[in-house]
Design a protein around this ligand. Structure first.
Ligand SMILES: Nc1ncnc2c1ncn2[C@@H]1O[C@H](COP(=O)(O)OP(=O)(O)OP(=O)(O)O)[C@@H](O)[C@H]1O
Length: 729
């Protein structure tokens, strides 16, 4: 992870043999305006009173470790299926695959070592269009990608060139350029599933630069114009900035009731939720409710809840629903997969149904009563579908907008009426900047994955959002924050968004891993990882598995490698076009591709049925991210397994927090891991406070009266650096 100059690899003579001749010619020719050079990328608040009433509902927690064990020796080898929709195994990898290009273990070039290209995105976020373009890693990746991907059309570089679509602010028209590509429309790997007739072949190679990198700036507006809430948006996807057009219009959501209410079964450990310790801190917290009936929701809402298969509240719902209904601000922390989405949606909908809505499709300016933000496109879309499900048959209309899609489409959705606006930050700011929505009616501001929304990656955007003209002050709106993890420093930052008497709900160990996930840590060196991965996947058979890697390029690489190994695989990461991302997720959801290789873009919030395994091919840089990643399995009382490759060379800093997370979740802790943890002892790290790594309590208890914020509110020394920014939207 950033420890090696992989750029150097691409100039190794033997690597050039990976370049299929036609690809090489095409790219090196500079045709289509592509620049295919190999210039090395430059590596790349709460002074609240002390008397807080703490509620403790407790009993022990039974470990949910009754796993559906698989016989380790089972040779349930995956069928040699051609990858339908994922990577074009069939034609793509068939005869012209990697046959002569085995990635040699122990060969430093054997693995696709990359500089941590998070850097490039960090830079992009902070400097705008600094280095996306002709010279950037896209080229490098192209070089390495095309040179290492033997599959004939399995991974095709997309063609950038200069995105010179004419600026055009009228969404009704072709809204001009959006920042889906860098200014120069970098090329990047593309998955072209030629073997199945899917639509992955997106690279037209036109000079419009279509398909450049997907443009993190869509969600994180660059900081260069940080004093102007509007100018950011104007310089964003609005089309005022040159860049390739984004024409993708996502398919409409399902209309039939069966699809809208489709859900998976709660698992055998669902009832064990009742035994989880819950702590509520803050003054005058309303009592928890025990049943949906006690929430006193309207009949339509109750019908929808029943149709969704919900019969019993989860702990976070028992506490959050009455708190939100009482009009209180809330910061809620509950384990992954325990129903946080419904915990905020249901009371918001109940309130809107009770007081009535103001926004209507007949108004020229849409003024939503609720804005929900989440860090990734897929997650916000999932939240929207939940909002749509629970509001079914009501007058409340939810709308979703996110980057990577046609801006005009987003605006058209809004003008049809918008009460609940689900949005990723960049697209939201763009729409606000275009004055397509008014903020005066906002009663609820929800930050899902709030710790992520407030860290250095998205925090400044969120600050701009609450400073936008018309946005009600925190005293006049209700602000709700949800996550499975809440580092202390982020909790302190959150105070700026919340009324001082907000309530803090902690379900179980704050930041703790879901106990329904059986966690295994294997010591695997960098060069043995692929072999180990294949071995594990072959034993797993066709059970749905998410494989997390640290960088986008590695995601492509590993997915390609697995396809070559006849394991149907697809991938999701920030360099894929939105259409491709949605296709990949769809193929994974339906089981067409039982393996999904992902960067941390898929680590948070995604709720996919039947994900039985999570494999951390690369461990993430923080323990919180680890908790989110493994939380893609073992959801809603179901059991799951997580296997993580621990490379002492690069992961030692995680040993201590890992030991803590494992033991808190009553998992076996390998002796070797304890030894590493001991030898890398970090003074100040304690099991309870987790030092800077992990919050365990409402920080108001620890930091009453103290403020460590700098004037900007985002202390670089306090706030964690963004996790794997390359993967986030
Ligand atoms: N009371 C309930 N009864 C049955 N199913 C529920 C209930 N509440 C939520 N679920 C289901 O549990 C699954 C997980 O819920 P959700 O995605 O809201 O979890 P989460 O806590 O937000 O997870 P994460 O931390 O990963 O974002 C969803 O499929 C949801 O429909």
């Amino acid at each position: 992870m950033g420890d090696e100059d992989w750029e150097a690899e691409i100039i190794k003579p033997h690597m050039s043999s990976y370049v299929p001749v036609f690809e090489k010619d095409r790219y090196s020719s500079g045709a289509n305006g592509d620049t295919f050079n190999r210039t090395p990328a430059s590596s790349s608040e709460m002074d609240d009173g002390p008397s807080r009433r703490d509620h403790f509902m407790r009993s022990g927690f039974a470990s949910g470790r009754s796993m559906g064990n698989r016989d380790a020796g089972e040779s349930n080898k995956r069928e040699n299926t051609s990858t339908v929709g994922g990577f074009g195994v069939g034609k793509s990898f068939g005869s012209r695959g990697f046959s002569n290009n085995k990635f040699e273990e122990g060969d430093s070039s054997g693995f696709w070592r990359e500089s941590n290209n998070d850097c490039e995105d960090n830079q992009t976020r902070s400097r705008g269009f600094s280095k996306r373009g002709g010279y950037q890693d896209g080229n490098d990746s192209e070089a390495s990608g095309s040179s290492r991907r033997g599959g004939r059309s399995s991974f095709r570089g997309c063609h950038g060139g200069f995105g010179l679509g004419s600026p055009n602010s009228e969404y009704e028209q072709d809204e001009g350029t959006q920042r889906t590509g860098g200014l120069f429309g970098s090329r990047r790997p593309a998955l072209s599933g030629t073997g199945n007739g899917d639509t992955y072949q997106s690279r037209s190679g036109s000079g419009s630069g279509r398909g450049g990198y997907k443009g993190l700036n869509e969600e994180v507006v660059t900081g260069s114009r940080k004093n102007s809430w509007k100018s950011d948006a104007e310089g964003g996807e609005s089309g005022d900035t040159q860049g390739p057009k984004v024409t993708y219009i996502p398919p409409p959501p399902p209309e039939d009731e069966d699809s809208i209410f489709a859900h998976y079964q709660t698992g055998i450990n669902f009832d064990k939720y009742d035994t989880i310790l819950v702590e509520v801190s803050g003054h005058d917290a309303p009592p928890a409710i025990l049943t949906f009936e006690e929430a006193n929701l309207c009949q339509t809402l109750n019908n929808n809840i029943a149709k969704a298969g919900y019969t019993k509240l989860t702990p976070v719902q028992k506490y959050s629903i009455p708190i939100i209904l009482a009009g209180r601000d809330l910061m809620a922390c509950a384990q992954t997969g325990s129903g946080k989405t419904a915990a905020f949606l249901l009371p918001i909908l109940a309130h809107l149904m009770r007081v009535g809505i103001t926004a209507s499709r007949f108004k020229e300016l849409q003024e939503p009563e609720c804005i929900i933000v989440a860090p990734t496109r897929e997650l916000i879309n999932q939240i929207y579908l939940e909002a749509r499900k629970f509001s079914f048959g009501t007058c409340v209309r939810a709308v979703v907008i996110y980057g990577g899609t046609q801006l005009g489409h987003s605006i058209r959705q809004i003008v049809q009426g918008c009460n609940i606006l689900c949005a990723t930050p960049g697209r939201l700011m763009d729409i606000i900047g275009k004055e397509k929505i008014g903020l005066k009616q906002v009663k609820y501001l929800v930050l899902d994955e709030a710790d992520r929304m407030l860290d250095m990656g998205f925090g400044p955007e969120m600050k701009k959002l609450i400073s936008c003209p018309g946005m009600p002050s925190k005293e006049q709106r209700q602000t709700l924050m949800f996550s499975a993890t809440f580092p202390e420093e982020i909790q302190r930052l959150a105070g700026e968004f919340l009324k001082s008497n907000y309530l803090f709900v902690a379900v179980g160990q704050v930041g703790g891993a879901c106990r329904d996930v059986q966690q295994t840590i294997l010591q695997v060196g960098q060069y043995s990882k692929r072999e180990k991965l294949v071995e594990i996947l072959q034993n797993i058979g066709d059970e749905r598995t998410m494989v997390f890697v640290e960088t986008k390029k590695k995601a492509d690489f590993i997915a390609t490698f697995l396809c070559q190994e006849k394991i149907s695989t697809t991938s999701i990461h920030g360099d894929r076009e939105q259409r491709e991302r949605e296709q990949a997720l769809g193929d994974f959801r339906c089981g067409k591709c039982p393996v999904l290789v992902a960067t941390s873009v898929a680590a948070r919030g995604l709720d996919i049925e039947n994900v039985q395994h999570v494999i951390n091919f690369d461990l993430p840089s923080t323990i919180d991210e680890y908790v989110h990643r493994i939380g893609r399995t073992g959801r809603c009382g179901n059991t799951g397994r997580a296997i993580s490759f621990f490379d002492p060379e690069s992961d030692s800093h995680l040993a201590q927090p890992l030991v803590k997370v494992l033991s808190d979740a009553q998992q076996d802790v390998p002796a070797w891991l304890e030894e590493i943890a001991f030898s890398t002892y970090v003074p100040g790290f304690s099991g309870n406070a987790r030092g800077n790594v992990f919050a365990s309590v409402d920080t108001r208890k620890n930091y009453q009266g103290k403020s460590t914020l700098n004037t900007a509110g985002f202390s670089s020394s306090q706030a964690p650096s963004p996790v794997d920014d390359e993967s986030w939207d």
